[in-house]
Design a protein around this ligand. Structure first.
Ligand SMILES: [Zn+2]
Length: 104
């Protein structure tokens, strides 16, 4: 089973036209659509690439696009968390350096 990309109704795999809305459905959605591990890893480390992959694939391969989009979001959040932690670490290091300099 696949789904019409226009109305979302379930249609037969061999259907060329959606019986519900009449739109052509042939080859609109990649038959091998599945979450892609490669996309996920790439998106995690390069959230901007994941965003682009999501936008490029969201119509043809929704599952692939979704996995890329999800990991881009996770990678983005982890990236922010890591920079905040680094900011705090460097901030406290600089702070203690200033403090020890002021003491002398
Ligand atoms: Zn339809």
């Amino acid at each position: 089973m696949k789904f019409c990309s226009k109305c979302g109704k379930e249609i037969l795999d061999e259907a060329v036209v959606c019986p519900n809305c009449g739109c052509s459905v042939k080859n609109e959605i990649d038959a091998n659509d599945a979450p892609s591990a490669g996309f996920s890893v790439l998106s995690f480390f390069f959230p901007i690439v994941g965003l682009i992959l999501y936008l490029v694939y969201k119509d043809r391969s929704p599952m692939k696009a979704k996995s890329a989009g999800k990991w881009a979001l996770i990678g983005f959040c982890v990236g922010i968390a890591v920079s905040v932690v680094w900011g705090l670490v460097i901030g406290s290091l600089l702070g203690s350096m200033f403090n020890s300099m002021l003491m002398f």
